[in-house]
Design a protein around this ligand. Structure first.
Ligand code: ADP
Length: 277
């Protein structure tokens, strides 16, 4: 079964910050244009077409809540021109929508507020109806999906059926104490969803977003009770995906310590290694 996969990456070792400074990020070009309409709104949404992409990459970001997947996805999006596909953002967009949510979505939002995983059937239905996004010509960065073995198996089958090659699964690794500190200080723009941290990555205007001027809020599920549930859920349901993707030889471990820029440099260096490896 494994031999049929179109995956093409061997697991790599960590690349240190110092090492990464010596690597040219050749694939880096700053196109900041993907608006994710089709992902956030569903099949009726239309994204703005993306002009020339330097190198199309299809990536999955793994890691516990709070390791900074969203921040790295945003940096990768800017540098690769890829679409940032976050399942959490779809649920948050539905939560803030003026439209009445469907019964399935209303139930999903209750799970989310408690810090629990949304049931696989709901998540998969949502991803499947957006599967066109996996063909995005800029490539994609999946963030927060897959989160269970069932989701990972379903995605693998869909990608095989649609002849979509997965380039890498980046696994961000961070000690638990630091994860809790990051989650409690995280603030998100209510409009454009840009992510900040009160001490590590503050906005220039306190309480306001540097990108769009929107209000910065603490997510409901970043409260201490939900954080505890989310971390336990991660260990139980999502951590097994590390072995799943290691077995498929696509796992790329990256240390998530240090500043967002340092983590991004390590990520970029690891991706360089697969592009030129
Ligand atoms: P985190 O910062 O915890 O990684 P996300 O933005 O990815 O947060 O997701 C927020 C919440 O949305 C999760 O705690 C969960 O309730 C729900 N959710 C998002 N993606 C999934 C998924 N793939 N499977 C189940 N639940 C999900």
């Amino acid at each position: 079964m494994r031999a049929r996969l179109p995956y093409r990456l061997q697991e790599r070792h960590f690349v240190s910050w110092k090492q990464s400074q010596h690597l040219k990020m050749e694939f880096v070009k700053p196109p900041d244009r993907s608006n994710r309409a089709a992902w956030l709104e569903g099949p009726s949404g239309r994204c703005t077409p993306q002009p020339g992409v330097v190198r199309r990459l299809r990536l999955i970001l793994l890691g516990a809540p709070g390791v900074g997947k969203g921040t790295q996805a945003d940096l990768l999006r800017k540098h690769l021109g890829a679409c940032h596909l976050s399942t959490g953002d779809v649920f948050r967009a539905a939560a803030h929508s003026i439209c009445e949510p469907s019964p399935a979505m209303a139930a999903a939002l209750d799970f989310m507020r408690r810090g629990e995983l949304v049931p696989d059937t709901t998540v998969w239905e949502m991803v499947r109806e957006r599967s066109q996004c996996l063909h995005c010509r800029g490539g994609f960065i999946l963030d927060g999906f897959p989160r269970t073995l069932m989701q990972a198996e379903s995605l693998k089958k869909l990608m095989e059926d649609e002849h979509i090659v997965l380039d890498a699964v980046i696994n961000y690794e961070l000690p638990l104490a630091e994860i809790v500190e990051r989650l409690s200080g995280r603030r998100t723009c209510e409009q454009c969803k840009a992510v900040y941290h009160i001490t590590r990555q503050p906005s220039r205007d306190p309480g306001g977003c540097d990108r769009c001027g929107g209000k910065l809020l603490q997510r409901d599920d970043d409260c201490p009770e939900s954080v505890k549930v989310r971390l336990e859920t991660y260990e139980r349901s999502t951590a097994p995906l590390i072995q799943f993707y290691r077995d498929l030889s696509v796992l790329l471990p990256v240390a998530a310590t240090g500043s967002p820029e340092e983590i991004f440099a390590r990520t970029a260096a690891s991706l360089e290694a697969i592009l030129h490896g």
